[in-house]
Design a binder for this molecule. Structure first.
Ligand SMILES: [Zn+2]
Ligand SMILES: [Zn+2]
Length: 136
């Protein structure tokens, strides 16, 4: 009698263990391993460190690639580029180094202005938008 109860208990325990979902070893798949491969998350094609410019960045060197995603080079790893690619149509008249970038005002939607791409280096030049061109 006692033995049969024990058997039942053992069976329940065994079933209980079996029904526990297998531990998924997700944590071993670190996100950084994807970066080592340097694959663009947008198009799954290879990205390369482009060092022949003033500020090295990661991007596609294959000119046939339609993907324009760029990444900042942070300690040898690509980090998503927050800014739009720089529009080099209008040279900044103030610092003569940066280019004027058309931006939409965050406060007033539909209102555009032009700011210098060199703002990180301290250029505060801003021009109002004149039908898609920076106002003189
Ligand atoms: Zn891409
Ligand atoms: Zn400037």
């Amino acid at each position: 009698m006692i033995q049969s109860v024990l058997k039942t208990v053992q069976t329940v325990i065994a079933q209980g263990v079996e029904s526990v979902p297998q531990f998924q070893n997700e944590k071993s798949k670190k996100q950084s391993s994807e970066w080592k491969k340097a694959v663009c998350p947008d198009c799954n094609q290879a990205i390369h460190l482009i060092e022949s410019v003033k500020t090295p960045f990661w991007g596609h060197i294959d000119r046939e690639s339609q993907c324009k995603t760029r990444f900042n080079n942070v300690k040898g790893k690509p980090v998503k580029w927050e800014q739009q690619p720089i529009d080099e149509t209008y040279l900044c008249p103030s610092c003569q180094e940066g280019y004027l970038q058309r931006r939409e005002s965050k406060k007033k939607k539909g209102t555009f202005f032009w700011g210098c791409s060199n703002w990180k280096s301290g250029c505060k030049h801003i021009a109002w938008d004149d039908n898609g061109k920076p106002q003189e």
